[in-house]
Structure formats: C-alpha cells, structure tokens
Design a protein around this ligand. Structure first.
Ligand code: NOJ
Length: 735
C-alpha cells in the first residue's frame, strides 16, 4: 500500500477499530480456549477488543499462526493483518550464546550473522517482530539482565546494536527471512539502583546521554523498526509515560519514527510508581508520551474510548499511533502477504539445520574467555588421563534464561561432545553434585523442576567424583549458575557459586590440584575461590545448543579461546557497580601508597578481579610501546597510532588489541579511558605484525559543559594494549 491508501484506510476505521490496533494481546487467548480470558476480563478486555487487536505476543509455529491470521482477518471489519511478536533473544530454536557472551566475542559481525539465522528460523515459524536487541548499558553484576546486554561499554554496545538490528532486519522488512527488530529498554533500564530489577534509575543528564543513549541511537540509525519503553523512571518520571523522553529525545532528537511499544504491563504500572492517578490517567499519559502499543496492561482498550469521547484525549493522538502501526504492517509486507515467511515445510527444514548449528558452534567458540592458564594447563593433551566432573558435565540446560523457544533436548552436552570428539582419549565422567544447594527453589516460565537426590544418592555422586579426580592426571570441573538465576527478575545479592559447588571445588582440588574450572554463568561472579583453587579458568557463559561441542573443541585445542570480557568481573560484590571507564578522583590511589586519605577500600583492592577487555589464549603476546605519527592533530586531521604485536609463545594464536583514549583535561571530567576500537591479530609463533589505528577528531567528542557534542583542544592519551588495564600510552595535542 502507499501512504495515501493507508490514510484512506485509517479514515475509514471506527474508533474501536483504531483502539484495537494499539492493543496487544497474549497469543494464548487466540490459540486456546476461553478459559484464559479470566485475567483479560479482569482488565476490562472484552471479546470485541480481542477480535480487533492489532498485535499478538507470545505465539509461534507456522501452522498455528497462519490459521489464526486467516480467521482473524476474515472477521476483522477491514481485514487488517495482525503482527506476531516474540522474544527471540539468542536464537529461535538453534540457540547461540547469550548476548553477554556475544559481547565477549568482540565480533559484532558474527552476532549479525546469528541474528540473521534467528530471523530465518523465526520468520519461517510465522513471527514478524522480535523484542531484541537489548542494548541497555550494564555495570552492575547483581542485575540478572546483564546476560541480555553486550556489556558495560558504550562503544562495544553500539557496534553490537547496529549489527544485530541489521542482522534481523536485512535489507527488506517484507522479506520472507527477516524480522522487525525492537530495541529495548528505552531508556536506562540497565542501571537500576542496587542492581534490583525494576528499581529506580537515577542518572545525571550527562551520564544518561553520553553512556546510555548511544547504543539505542545506533539501533535507530540502523533503521530499527520498534523501540520498547523501560519499566524504570527517567528523571523521576516512569519512562513509559515520560513525554520529554519519548517525544523530545527519542523522536525529535534521535530521529526515531517507528513504533513505540510499552514493556509488559508498564503503562498500568505507572500507577504503582505513584505517577498516574488511575488507569484512565495512565492511558492518557502514555498516549500523550507517544506510546503506540500497550503491551499487556489492557489500559488502552479499557480507557481510550471514554477518554476520547469525553474530549479528554485528542483523537489525532490515537490516529498518529495507529498510522505508525499500519505503516509497520505495510513495511512488513503484511497487506500483500499476511503470512510473510510462515511456512511449515521451511520451518521444519531450517530449524536446527547443520548450517545453523555450525554458526551456533562458531559463536560459542568465539565467546569463551580464558581467565587463567597456569603453566599452559590447557589445552588438554591426549596422553593425559582426564576426568570431566561437575553438575554441568551432562547438563542440557546451556541455553540461558531467555530461551523458552529453544529446547534443551537439542543441546549437545559436554559429555556427549567428549564421547564424540575424544574417542581415543582416556576420559571419565562424574557429576559430583546438583547445580543448586538442596532446598533452593527457583521459578521459571511454565513448569520447571530441578533434579532432586536422596542423601544416599548425593553421597554416591560425591564419592564417584572424588574417585574420578583421584585417578586422573587432570580434572576439568564444570560449574555455574542455574539458568533461572539469570535473566529477568533474577537480581542477586551474593555473586558466588552455590555453596554445594564451592564445596565440590574445594574437595576435588584437594584430591587433585591439577584442576581447571569451566564456568557457566549469565553474569560476572566473584571468582576469588575459583581463581585460588583452579590451575585454569574458562568462562563459558551460557553457550547455547552447540555449547558442549564448542567446549570440547576448545579444551582439546582444536580451537583457541579468543573472547575478551565485556564486563569487569568484580573482586567481590562490595565493589559493584564497577566498570573500567570510571572518572578519576581528586585523590587517586596507586598501590602501595600508604597515605590514608586516598580513594580506596580498607579491605579490598580498587581493581576488579578481571578487568573489561581481559582474556588470554593458548599462546602469549608482547605489545610494543605506542608509536604516534605526529604529536599534534588539527580538527580536520588525523593521527596514526601503532603498536607491534609479537607472538612470544609456541602456538599460533589470536590477540584482540584494544585502543582506548583519555581526554586529560576538559570542561567536564572525562573517564580514565574509553574504548574506541580494536583489532584481531592472528600470528604464528615468533611472528609479529602491526596493529594500526587512525584517530580522528570525531572520536574525541563528548557531551561538553555547554551541552554540545564536541571535542576540546588539549592533551589526549592514546592507550593500546590487551585489556582496559593497559597503561601502554603516548600523548598528543589536539589544536
Ligand atoms: C518483559 C521484558 O522486560 C521485555 O524485555 C520482554 O520483551 C517482554 N517482557 C515481553 O516478553
């Protein structure tokens, strides 16, 4: 349809029909019996509202969606198609690593390919829109949703936001293999006070604009189709009804002209926030703020008719929202083909196909971060007798907290992969203990039950593990968080492995100190105990369907871990939020200065246990001092910065050389360093190569004291190294 036809359609729609478009319903209501109507009726949603709804959340499957779409359109007065939306976060059925792990790859282009693969599967299964990417900046490991972000750095996040958006959407939203992307959660959701989910967010305007907005902006610039509001307040007003944020910043300043959808129930929740006085007030405020779709609070269908008929809300506001939704339906090609990519045969063929599994495997391999490797403990050697021990050895749940579409039954476990890939090796397996301490209860989506053992069975598992450890040359322990300890509503105040696993770690390493630990986590944990007892530590995150295979290939040296931390791993929870791009203080502390009045703790170091950007491989590298081609740069000029990187070990390997900049004195305090680029360098033993970075004036800009994005003349430090902890630097002057 062209715009004139869409306008004509809008003009012809009744008020109730228009209100239907801004209302999103749960897929269960359409797919199943009317019993599920209960909660909707309580919200004041009628059967008529259901039949006029514009979009659906939470249903998938080509056959089911085609049937619903067909019946729905036949009944609809103007035969307007529905949009089917769902959270396809790290894959549809072929699950690749969680977003935080993808951040660790420092390979946005690979995440772009993964998003494309997810879109291919999901589109064949009938979906039109995914609620991804989540580009919230995260600095507090207590917040369970750090797993859905690509980490603590604004530049890294922006690169991933762009790549994922482009991956999902391709060149044509109407294509049969693409999805509309929805960037979330606008804005600042990743900074809840004390790391507690849904809690208040307090950010200064400068911090908000400089660190939190750019990744959403990157998605908007990449043409993202939708934006989702966040649950939190921004400047003391819930984002979902924050007109200044949504109309002022998102639409006018950032140039977003797509569909704005609320988060789940968020419009209604503005009453509990203490902002909206009642549901009518909430509906009015949200529409005035420019929220086009009400996800699941039922406030729009319940309140808008009365508000408009009573003259309290202008109908033009509703028309504006409906027009944006119709335009999205049009961009998705649904007026021409309401079934888009839905195709049961293709769904069957593409889901978990070998090409997709191979990509999931590659993404997992690239996401692993080696944190410690004493005396080249890893990779394992064929002549060694190996014991693979721990609750994650034969565990299928490697998909993460957001994969209700993935089936853990499809997962290749560590044990399965070892049996397939290490047939000639001398390997034993033992579980040792459960993931969770006995008695821990976690609530998941739907029915979920963790395995339970009697005391006798538990002692047997323990004994078998100790025996296996005793008889082995080397042990690899597979430990981690439970997947239900990560994701939405999973904030944690203690960032340690469950007690039972800590005990296993202590006992196994006492029996056999030649032990490495592989960690399955959705967030940075306090790893002091692990670092102390293990000879090698590999962070494997939640690696997805092919996680087991990727791990065995990595542990046996068929591939090398090249991931780098996308979030600082705190020394302990008392340090969080901790991030590398902190501001200098007036009393900086550099150990071992004994002056009492410096910015430090009495009982813990200032530095995280493992800093942002850190990660090692199976070889070692040296990085030469930074070399600049000039000492001064003009605004329209550029400086070339170089280091020579040399593989000083005896295996080929890849390093991720990172460029950071520091503005030494400015009209507002600048971070001690900020990531501005990186390069992967692969070298044979003894080989060397240059990592070359071009520094331009636009890389020096920031939100200045007078509120403009600009650079200021003065001294800048160029820091190039293997992590954010590098102090390898040289200065130049911007004139
Ligand atoms: C609530 C979450 O905050 C959001 O990220 C998600 O997309 C919606 N639920 C829909 O599942």
């Amino acid at each position: 349809m062209n715009h004139t036809e869409l306008e004509a359609l809008l003009q012809d729609m009744s008020l109730r029909e228009k209100i239907g478009q801004v209302f999103q319903i749960s897929g269960q209501l359409l797919a199943e019996d009317s019993a599920a109507m209960g909660p909707m009726q309580e919200m004041g949603v009628t059967q008529e509202d259901l039949s006029l709804a514009g979009t659906v959340l939470g249903i998938c499957g080509a056959e089911k969606i085609c049937k619903i779409q067909k019946e729905y359109m036949e009944r609809h007065p103007h035969h307007i198609p529905l949009i089917f939306m769902l959270d396809v976060i790290n894959g549809y059925r072929t699950v690749y690593p969680i977003p935080l792990a993808q951040g660790a790859s420092f390979l946005p282009e690979l995440s772009g390919k993964c998003a494309q693969m997810a879109a291919r599967e999901a589109a064949a299964a009938g979906l039109h829109v995914t609620f991804s990417p989540m580009t919230d900046l995260v600095r507090d490991a207590r917040w369970g949703r750090v797993m859905e972000s690509t980490g603590e750095d604004v530049y890294l996040n922006s690169q991933f936001a762009k790549a994922m958006t482009e991956g999902y959407q391709g060149n044509d939203l109407a294509g049969e293999e693409t999805l509309g992307a929805c960037v979330k959660h606008f804005a600042g959701y990743g900074a809840p006070e004390a790391g507690r989910d849904y809690n208040t967010v307090q950010l200064t305007e400068r911090t908000f604009r400089e660190y939190y907005l750019p990744a959403y902006q990157a998605a908007v610039d990449a043409g993202v189709a939708l934006v989702m509001t966040s649950f939190n307040t921004v400047n003391d007003i819930p984002a979902t009804v924050n007109k200044q944020l949504m109309r002022g910043i998102l639409r006018d300043e950032m140039g977003f002209d797509g569909v704005l959808i609320s988060d789940f129930g968020a419009i209604g929740e503005t009453i509990a926030h203490g902002l909206s006085s009642d549901r009518a007030d909430a509906a009015k405020r949200a529409l005035e703020a420019g929220v086009d779709i009400d996800m699941m609070s039922g406030v729009y269908p319940e309140q808008l008719e009365q508000l408009i008929r009573g003259g309290k809300v202008r109908e033009e506001l509703l028309d504006e929202a409906v027009m944006r939704i119709l335009e999205l339906k049009n961009r998705l090609g649904l007026f021409e083909n309401p079934f888009k990519g839905a195709d049961p045969e293709k769904e069957h063929a593409v889901i978990l196909c070998e090409e997709h599994r191979a990509l999931a495997r590659e993404a997992a391999e690239r996401s692993f971060v080696l944190l410690k490797n004493e005396n080249d403990f890893l990779p394992l050697k064929k002549e060694e007798k190996i014991a693979l021990i721990g609750p994650y050895v034969s565990r299928k749940q490697l998909l993460g907290g957001w994969s209700f579409l993935g089936d853990s039954g499809d997962t290749v476990t560590v044990e399965e992969a070892a049996r397939a890939l290490m047939p000639e090796w001398n390997v034993t397996f033992a579980k040792g203990c459960t993931v969770l301490d006995p008695g821990t209860k976690l609530v998941g989506f739907g029915e979920y039950r963790e395995e339970a053992y009697t005391e006798e069975e538990q002692s047997r598992l323990w004994r078998e593990a100790c025996d296996a450890a005793r008889e082995a040359d080397k042990v690899v322990l597979f430990l981690g968080e439970h997947f239900l300890q990560t994701g939405e509503a999973t904030s944690r105040g203690i960032l340690e492995l469950p007690q039972i696993q800590q005990k296993l770690l202590r006992e196994i390493t006492a029996v056999n100190p030649n032990t490495a630990v592989v960690l399955f986590t959705g967030r940075p944990l306090d790893l002091r105990l692990v670092r102390k007892h293990a000879k090698a530590v590999l962070e494997a995150w939640m690696p997805g369907t092919e996680g087991g295979t990727a791990l065995i290939r990595t542990l046996t040296g068929a591939c090398e871990p090249t991931g780098r931390l996308p979030m600082s791993f705190p020394y302990c929870v008392g340090q969080v939020p901790v991030h590398y791009d902190e501001f200098p203080t007036g009393r900086p502390y550099h150990a071992p200065d004994e002056n009492r009045f410096l910015s430090k703790y009495l009982d813990i170091p200032n530095q995280p246990l493992y800093p942002f950007g850190y990660g090692i491989g199976y070889t070692t590298f040296s990085v030469s001092p930074v070399c600049l081609d000039r000492e001064e740069m003009t605004r329209d000029g550029c400086i070339t910065a170089k280091v020579t990187v040399r593989n000083t070990g005896d295996r080929p390997g890849t390093d991720v050389i990172q460029l950071y900049l520091h503005d030494v004195a400015a009209s507002v305090v600048r971070p001690v360093k900020q990531l501005k680029g990186w390069q992967r360098i692969t070298l044979e033993p003894g080989e060397e190569a240059e990592a070359v970075f071009r520094i331009r004036e636009d890389m020096l800009r920031f939100y200045t004291a007078d509120g403009t994005w600009d650079s200021e003349p003065g001294v800048f430090e160029v820091i190039i190294g293997e992590s954010s902890a590098s102090e390898n630097k040289k200065s130049f002057l911007l004139v």
